[in-house]
Design a protein around this ligand. Structure first.
Ligand SMILES: [Zn+2]
Length: 267
């Protein structure tokens, strides 16, 4: 890829990521209430006035309005621009991995879909301690189509590693759920796990393994920190979805390099 193409791809992916992030804000606030994500148009939760197109530009509008509603001056949560920025950064990162980095360009569509859903799921899980079926279940057909696209574009079909990844994630996330009787781990986590495992496994089995390790390590560290600093008890339920999703991203990026480093150490 030439430098100019890389810059154009980054601008395109970053811009699209901002717009998708803006839509994810709608998803995050309406899906848990069972409301439509298409209509009505967004309105201020404070005064109910419709948000005009010029006040709905991702990140920029929030900065121009200094985080306040144009009509009533009610503060607009910083979470809105943060979700948009996080989605933009994720799109840039995945774009780099697939197009300029070590990854498979054909995997980019499925990574962008699962990654964007992951941003919404992370925030919803933190808010409501659940992963809504309306977001998780469509990821199954979406991932299947996405992996077929990856196979057609690259000409290689790693179905077995994808299956290994899916089963591994299902078992490792499902067993604690089964044993604990649904405490700590929710059934939503169990439903999400095979999709993440399959996509990671398609990229590399080492990505699927590293992703799981990262998810549980990250979860244990945050759980420990919550006990020490926030006085959370052993029974305090932490939503596990964000750990699975962040772990998956770490696995994708760090799994194969870690595996080859480990193989080198073993000689
Ligand atoms: Zn208002």
């Amino acid at each position: 890829m030439t430098a100019l193409m890389a810059v154009l791809a980054a601008v395109f992916l970053g811009g699209l990521g901002l717009l998708v992030g803006s839509f994810l804000n709608v998803v995050i606030h309406r899906v848990p209430e069972g409301a439509s994500v298409v209509r009505p148009r967004s309105s201020c939760p404070g005064c109910g006035s419709m948000i005009s197109a010029r006040d709905n530009i991702p990140v920029v509008s929030w900065l121009i309005l200094r985080g306040r509603c144009r009509s009533c001056g009610e503060p607009i949560r910083a979470r809105y621009p943060l979700v948009e920025l996080a989605t933009m950064l994720l799109w840039l990162l995945l774009g780099w991995w697939a197009l300029a980095g070590p990854g498979d360009p054909g995997l980019l569509p499925v990574l962008l879909v699962v990654g964007s859903a992951g941003v919404a799921l992370t925030v919803i899980d933190l808010d409501h301690h659940r992963l809504p079926n309306v977001i998780v279940l469509p990821l199954y057909p979406a991932a299947l189509v996405g992996l077929i696209i990856a196979g057609v574009s690259s000409g290689s079909w790693p179905w077995i590693p994808a299956l290994v990844g899916a089963v591994l994630w299902l078992v490792v996330v499902g067993l604690p759920w089964l044993v604990s009787g649904g405490r700590g781990m929710g059934f939503g986590d169990v439903k999400l796990a095979p999709v993440l495992g399959a996509v990671l496994g398609w990229a590399a089995v080492s990505a699927a393994v590293t992703g799981l390790l990262a998810a549980f390590l990250f979860g244990a560290l945050v759980g420990l920190a919550a006990m020490i600093f926030a006085g959370a008890g052993r029974k305090t339920a932490l939503p596990f979805g964000p750990f699975l999703l962040v772990g998956a991203l770490i696995g994708l990026l760090a799994g194969p390099p870690l595996a080859s480093w480990y193989a080198g150490v073993l000689g």
